[in-house]
Structures are given as C-alpha cells and as structure tokens.
Design a protein around this ligand. Sequence first.
Ligand code: CMC
Length: 436
Amino acid sequence: MKLQEHKATLSFSNGAPSVELPIYSGTVGPDVIDIRKLYAQTGMFTYDPGFLSTASCQSSITYIDGDKGELLYRGYPIEQLATQCDYLETCYLLLYGELPNAAQKANFTERVTKHTMVHEQMQFFLRGFRRDAHPMAVLTGLVGAMSAFYHDSTDINNPEHREIAAIRLIAKMPTLVAMAYKYGIGQPYIYPRNDLSYAGNFLRMMFATPCEEYHVNPVLERAMDRIFTLHADHEQNASTSTVRLCGSSGTNPFAAIAAGVACLWGPAHGGANEACLNMLEEIQAMGGVAKIGEFIAKVKDKSSGVRLMGFGHRVYKNYDPRAKLMQETCNEVLSELGLENDPLFALAKKLEQIALEDDYFVQRKLYPNVDFYSGIVQRAIGIPVSLFTGIFALARTVGWIAQLNEMLADPEYKIGRPRQLYIGAARRDVLPIAQR
Ligand code: CMC
C-alpha cells in the first residue's frame, strides 16, 4: 500500500486538539484512513458495526468494484477465468498469485489429486451424526475434525504445514461433501477416482453407486467446475473475515476453515442459494408466475420480514458478474438435460425481470446475485437443496485458505480484537438474593 502525502484531519467541535491521520492507497479502489493510533491519540474508538466503512486488512487476492459489477481474482476478471481456466488453475492463482503454466498446473493437479482420499476413520466419525442432520452441521464437524486426523499439518506458524493443510483441504472437501450426502441418503460412500477432473470426480462421488459404471457428463462437469470457480473467493465477506479472525488467534488451519463453514451456513450468506430455491418453490406452490406480484408486494412490505432471496449484495450495487455467468450455465445445463421448460427457471427469469423494473429494487440498487441461478443449476444436476451451501463451502475453501495464509504472512498481522461502545449498566453491587 502507498502512503499518500496528504493526510486526513479529524477535528472536534468541543475544542479538543485535532488529529492527523495517514491515508493509504491500494492499486484500485477507495483509499483508506489509518486509524490505528486513534485510540492512543484521542482515547476514542471508531464505531462501525457490520464493517460498512472499515477495511479490516490489506489484501492482494480479490477485488470487487461493486458499482461496476466487476470481480477480479489477482487482477483477472472472473469472466475470463470462468471461460478460459478451470477451477484448479483458479485455485493455484488464488494461492500463489499467478496463473500456472502447463507444468505447474500438472504438478499442482497431481498434488491435489494425491490427497483426495480421507482417513478411513472419518467414516466412523461421520456415523455419529443423525442421518437427517443438515449437511452444513456435518461439514462443520468433519472439517473441524480434520485437525484430529492430520496432526502433521496443524502448526499454523509453519509454512510447510500451511501448504500441506491447504492442499489437503482443497483435495478432501469434495470427498467430505459427497460423503455427507451419501450418508444422508443411506448409500455407500464412493471413493475418489484420480483419473477424473476435480469436478468430474466430485460428480462421480455424489452420484455413482457400486452397482454400475458412472459416466461423467461433460456439460454437467463444466457446470460444476464453473460453480466452483465463481464461488472460489470474494474478498472480505463474512465467512472469510471469520476465517481470518479465527486464524488470527493462532489456531490450526482446519479449525479456522471450520469456522468459515459455520459462518457460511447463514441465509444472508452462503445459505442464500438454498433459501432462494425454497422461495422459488414456495411461489410455484402458490400458483407460479401469476403470484409473482403478490410475492413482490410481500417483499416490499417491511413488516413481513420477507426478502427476495438471491437479490441484493453488500458490495455489488450493480448486476453481480457471477450471476450472468451462472445464468449462461443454467441455460446450458437445462438444455443438456432437456429441461428448457423447467417451470422454476421460467419463474426465476420472470421474477428477475419484474424485480429489475420495480422502483423498490431499482432505487436500492438490488440486482440478482450469484445465488439466484446457482440453485436452479444444482437442482437440475440432481443436487439436493440442503447440499447447496456445502458445495459453496467446498468451492470457497481455497479462498479461505489463500486469505488465511496471506494474513499469517503479513508482518502487520495481529490477533483480531474489535472494541465496543458499551451501553450496559455501569458498575453496581450485587444485592443479597432476598432484596433483588
Ligand atoms: N429483498 C428485499 N429488500 C432488500 C433485499 C432483498 N433481498 N436486500 C436488501 N433489501 C433492502 C433492505 O430492506 C434495505 O431497505 P431500506 O433501505 O428500505 O431499509 C436496503 O435494501 C438495504 O439493505 P441492507 O440489508 O442494509 O443491505 P446489506 O448490505 O446489509 O445486505 C444482503 C446485503 C446480501 C444481506 C441483503 O441484500 C440480503 O439479505 N439479500 C438476500 C440474501 C442473499 O441473496 N444473500 C446472498 C448474498 S451473495 C452470496 C454471498 O456472498 O454469500
């Protein structure tokens, strides 16, 4: 980051001395005012719940221009990565900063591939869960449990351990997600096949059975790979910030990533694709396209507590570029599977069109986000709704690790410890129970 010559001056109307604060610029995006010494200089904190104006770190991984609707991984536009690279190339880019050449790609793919199997004992750990447990509950547990299975890669301060943990997590997440699914439906686990692509192997672990051969459909394989690429990283969102905060205490990488999985589960974040599909099904059950107006009216009525899921974003105040790519994939998958007339897809398209023309959404700059179409694609592939967020977690794992490793390598990194504006009772004394 570059220190600017000009400074920000904070002055107070009560006559307290003003304070000069340094300003830094990044490569692109808003400058930041450095307030680290503010408390020492003024005895005051800043107040910013939800981090609306706070940069929590410096990062060189992902950049979002919310007004333009632009998403860059290490400077490369998501549109180019999604159409010209595969997910493992994207993982390499996020982890190491550059796209791999052919030899680097082959080497990285081999390293990931060699780690796809999980410790056999993890099956028994998984068996402790109820069969109807939500896959995100299972995944939070399984990822956290990896720290108990892979002791040789838990030292977060050891770069070699961090590297092995990164490869293990990327390699094993598809296996764990598929195991969680198979367990839930009572089918045997399918071991990974390392001659398949990352996405192809995942589809096989999900949908093959020991009874017959499974052939990976290249259209679905490409769609899966794109879902992974589009979800790979998204700068300092809630789950990534959770991973950074959790990792800042020096905990092991598996524990930090498990914290990310837990955070992602929420419906305002990764759980939105599940919530979006449930919403579409609910409108369909109400009467479909004819009922969109009624549903939109409910969304606009703040007292209803209903939101249009898959719409709106903290950073994008324009069309989410991932949503466009996902819509393209949606068309491809539905046409491959002969589902062009899928009523939910038709409903989603109509809902999007109506919302984009509605003043409520226009004024608030609410556009479709990636989750608006990803649920329809996944449903068409045969993935159950409850597993959508698990697949998001699988894809985002690389982003979490890249961000965690970046933080640990940053000489300015400290344990994360926000301050607060305390509004509770001032000091008081405990009364004997009879007097309370
Ligand atoms: N439907 C209806 N109204 C909305 C919506 C929505 N989906 N999103 C925001 N608004 C309204 C909100 O009520 C508020 O209106 P007003 O100014 O009248 O009070 C205004 O828009 C600003 O909303 P906000 O809650 O202050 O915005 P935020 O930046 O805190 O929230 C969000 C961002 C993603 C949580 C929110 O847009 C939302 O709940 N969307 C639905 C859930 C969703 O699709 N999440 C996926 C995000 S993308 C995947 C990921 O990164 O995890």
